[in-house]
Design a protein around this ligand. Structure first.
Ligand code: NAD
Length: 455
């Protein structure tokens, strides 16, 4: 485990945060056996690979990659591959665990996994990235497979990377259908129509449902809502486009270089064109520049963090002026920030619900590949909408159910036994993240119980 990063007295280690989130939910499920919860909190397997690459600048450089399998209780491991300089073992463990809970929230029959290589794609050529991808996949040997652990895109990787993954795996296992080993592939290589925009579209469906159900009093749709998006990549950039098309006013966006803002609303197709030309959203004529830290504090209806973990923390949560947060990124809000936001009445539509559209359409791609079928875009969008709305309803219903039953108890009875501290912890009203984890943990625990502890 790496040294824990601490900021403002807060533990920002993503794996410990992921485990705390499970513990928090387990308090609302007193029937679960403690040992079972301990099992479901742990990474089942983590593989580390160190390998050399001869880069285009003529040097030989070492890279470290990880593949974590968190759980296969409900199906094969499923999770993206991240290329980013800050990738660590604990980040990959956390991301793998969030995949397990996400798949359970949307009821997709996968477990959780994730991979990462510590590298900076902006400093590497396409050839370098292809060699890194191929060597990483070759080093993983049979730790991945179409029925055991399936990859997908994440930060710093895209459909082209997925094509290299498929091609490498196919070279290693000729003569069988290897298409389902990776999703998010190009369309002509077994990719699903709609996968590129699936995370953002799923988020739009979940957010629209939550608005219809009244999470923001006085605003029951995206029409006219002011929206701020941090991170303008595959997930956040497309979310900005789709939310704008649904009638929202996108008043600020950013990427790793910085942000831009316009209170009257940014012209998102112009931002996209500018980013394609210059590789950044910054510097678009006619907009005000804004820093990433400041952007998170802009007054708006919906703040969409769509970059990396730990953006909304103990040190800035009290200053957030958004009326609600919709998490497209994985892990952007820390547990302390969650508490502060909940006390301030700012709902957070959690990552394991709001960004689950990506894995949902990945599941459709996997089914297509296994059955050697081709599905239509309209069919995929309709299925995605249904899945996301059901999942949003399940989470919102669970929050209402948990809080209704708490409200029916006298405060002294709202206590649960914690290991080593019997009866000492009052059970707080549940936020949406807790409700989503309760839904997910209950489903995974039930399957684990039905299967029994092996041997
Ligand atoms: P991406 O690489 O396409 O885009 C990431 C974006 O974030 C880029 O615009 C980058 O410049 C920006 N960024 C990086 N550091 C930043 C910082 N400090 N401040 C502001 N912006 C910064 O990655 P992506 O696939 O869009 O993933 C973004 C987030 O969404 C990640 O948390 C990822 O795990 C999550 N996610 C992605 C998918 C998917 O299908 N791509 C699915 C579910 C969740």
């Amino acid at each position: 485990m790496q040294d824990p990063p601490f900021t403002a007295g807060e533990d920002l280690n993503p794996y410990r945060i992921a485990q705390q989130q499970v513990d928090q939910a387990a308090r609302y499920l007193p029937h679960l056996r403690r040992g079972l919860v301990d099992f479901l909190k742990q990474t089942a397997r983590i593989v580390t690979v160190d390998f050399p690459i001869e880069t285009d600048d003529g040097s030989i450089r070492m890279f470290t990659g990880y593949r974590a399998l968190h759980s296969r209780v409900r199906g094969p491991g499923k999770g993206g591959l991240r290329f980013h300089p800050d990738v660590t073992e604990d980040e990959v463990r956390a991301l793998a665990s969030w995949m397990t809970w996400k798949c359970a929230v949307v009821n997709v029959p996968f477990g959780g996994a994730k991979g990462g290589v510590a590298c900076d794609p902006r400093q590497l050529t396409t050839n370098d990235l292809r060699r890194i991808t191929r060597r990483y996949i070759a080093e993983l040997e049979d730790c991945i497979g179409p029925n055991t652990d399936i990859l997908a895109p994440d930060v710093g990787t895209d459909a082209e990377t997925m094509a290299w993954i498929y091609d490498t795996y196919e070279m290693m296992h000729p003569g069988r259908n290897n298409l389902p080993v990776v999703t998010g592939k190009p369309l002509d290589l077994g990719g699903a129509p709609g996968r590129r925009e699936a995370t953002a579209l799923g988020c739009l469906f979940a957010a629209s449902r939550a608005l219809q159900r009244g999470i923001l009093p006085g605003r029951d749709s995206l029409k006219g809502a002011t929206v701020v998006v941090q991170g303008f990549g595959n997930a956040g950039g497309i979310a900005a486009q789709l939310f704008a098309e649904a009638g929202a006013r996108i008043i600020a966006v950013s990427d790793s270089e910085g942000g831009i803002t316009d209170r009257c609303g940014l012209d998102i197709p112009l931002v996209v064109a500018h980013k394609e030309k210059t590789r950044s959203v910054t510097g678009l004529p006619g907009c005000e520049p804004i820093g990433n830290a400041e952007l998170l504090l802009l007054p708006c209806d919906i703040l969409i963090p769509a970059a990396l973990e730990n953006q909304i923390r103990a040190d800035n949560a009290a200053k957030v002026q958004a009326r609600c947060i919709v998490e497209v990124a994985n892990g952007p809000t820390t547990p302390t920030a969650d508490r502060i936001l909940f006390e301030r009445g700012i709902p957070v539509l959690p990552d394991i619900l709001a960004n689950a559209g990506g894995v949902t359409v990945s599941y459709y791609e996997w089914v297509q590949n296994v059955k050697m079928e081709e599905w239509e875009l309209e069919e995929i969008h309709a299925k995605l909408q249904k899945k996301m709305e059901h999942a949003a309803d399940a989470v919102l219903d669970k929050q209402e159910e948990l809080n209704r039953s708490l409200d029916g108890l006298v405060p002294a009875s709202r206590r649960v036994e914690e290991p080593g501290e019997p009866g000492s912890q009052p059970l707080p009203r549940a936020d949406l993240r807790t409700a989503a984890y309760v839904v997910a943990l209950d489903r995974v625990a039930q399957t684990a119980t039905e299967r029994g502890v092996w041997p």
